[in-house]
Design a protein around this ligand. Structure first.
Ligand code: ZN
Ligand code: FE
Ligand code: FE
Ligand code: ZN
Length: 277
C-alpha cells in the first residue's frame, strides 16, 4: 500500500543525543517514501530544570535550540515542492512550568507542537533507568499510571499543545495497571473532546518491549468513535524509521471508519484524506 499523501509528524535528530541522523537525512527519507509532509520534532531542552541538570543523552541544550530551528527552516525552503518540512518540537509538559514553556513556544515559528508527559516530579516515565520503579510491584505501577493520567489531562487542558504524543506511554516496558483507571481515562478523553487537541497514532511502540502502537487498539477505537482528530507518527530516532509501518496504521484507521488524519502548518490543522494515501 502506498503511503504517499500522508505526513509523519514526529521525528528526532542527532541533537537529542539518543537519536541518529541530521534533519536533512530525515527529510530525504520522507522524499524517498513520497510523504507529503514531515515534521522535525526534536526534544525541547530541559526548560524546567536548572542548567546543571541538563542531560545531553535526553535532549539538546538550551543554547542549541536556535541552530536546530535554523536548520529546519533552511530545509523547509530547500525542499519546497518535494516534501513539506514542518518546524516542530516535542515539548514536555511539566506542571507549574507552563509559563516558561509558553515563552519558548512563542519565540520560534513552529508549525506543530507535540505535548509529552515524560516527567512526573523527578521520575522519567519512559527512560530505561526507570525500569526498577515499575519492577517495584503492582502498587507502584498503579500509582505511576494514575499520576500519569492526571498530569496528561492537565497537559491537554494547558492550551500549549496541538497534538498529544504517545498517549499511553507508561505501558512502554509492558507494565499495565492491575485495576482499571476508568475515571481518569474518561477525564482524559473528555479533555480531548473539549479542547480539540489531536492525538498521534504512533508506530514507535512496535519497536518497544510492549510491542503495540501508542495508543493501544482499545484506546484508538475509543478515540475514533468519539471523533478525536488523529495524526500519524513514527517517532523516528533514525532516518530509516520515518514513516515506519504507516501502511498498517492507515489500514487500522480505515477499519475504524476514520477518513482523514491531520497535518499542521503554523499550528493550524489541515486534513489529509486517508483514501488518497
Ligand atoms: Zn527521544
Ligand atoms: Fe516522547
Ligand atoms: Fe519523540
Ligand atoms: Zn517521543
Amino acid at each position: 500500500m502506498r503511503v504517499s499523501a500522508l505526513a509523519d509528524l514526529h521525528t528526532h535528530t542527532f541533537r537529542c543525543g539518543h537519536a541518529v541522523g541530521t534533519e536533512e537525512e530525515y527529510v530525504r527519507q520522507a522524499v524517498r517514501l513520497g510523504l507529503k509532509a514531515v515534521a522535525i520534532t526534536d526534544h525541547i531542552p530541559f526548560y524546567w530544570l536548572p542548567p546543571e541538570a541538563h542531560d545531553p543523552t535526553l535532549a539538546m541544550a538550551p543554547e542549541e535550540l536556535p541552530a536546530y530551528v535554523e536548520a529546519v527552516l533552511q530545509l523547509k525552503g530547500r525542499y519546497r515542492g518535494r516534501v513539506e518540512v514542518l518546524l516542530g518540537i516535542e515539548a514536555d509538559y511539566v506542571e507549574g512550568h507552563e509559563h516558561t514553556l509558553a515563552q519558548i513556544l512563542q519565540t520560534y515559528p513552529f508549525d506543530v507542537v507535540l505535548g509529552s508527559v515524560h516527567w512526573l516530579a523527578g521520575f522519567w516515565v519512559d527512560a530505561p533507568t526507570s525500569l526498577p520503579e515499575y519492577q517495584k510491584g503492582p502498587e507502584r505501577v498503579q500509582q505511576i499510571w494514575a499520576r500519569y493520567w492526571q498530569t496528561l489531562e492537565k497537559a491537554i487542558r494547558s492550551g500549549l499543545f496541538d497534538v498529544m504524543a504517545h498517549l499511553d506511554l507508561p505501558k512502554k516496558f509492558g507494565f499495565l495497571p492491575a485495576e482499571p483507571l476508568t475515571e481518569l481515562e474518561d477525564a482524559v478523553l473528555q479533555a480531548l473532546l473539549e479542547t480539540g487537541v489531536a492525538v498521534e497514532l504512533s508506530s514507535a511502540g512496535r519497536r518497544k518491549p510492549v510491542g503495540e502502537d501508542y495508543p493501544s487498539p482499545r484506546w484508538l477505537a475509543r478515540l475514533a468513535t468519539a471523533g478525536v482528530p488523529v495524526v500519524l507518527s513514527s517517532d523516528a530516532h533514525a532516518p530509516h524509521e520515518v514513516g515506519f509501518a504507516f501502511a498498517l496504521l492507515q489500514q487500522q484507521l480505515q477499519q475504524l471508519g476514520v477518513r482523514e488524519v491531520l497535518t499542521f502548518r503554523q499550528r493550524q490543522p489541515l486534513a489529509l484524506s486517508l483514501a488518497e494515501g
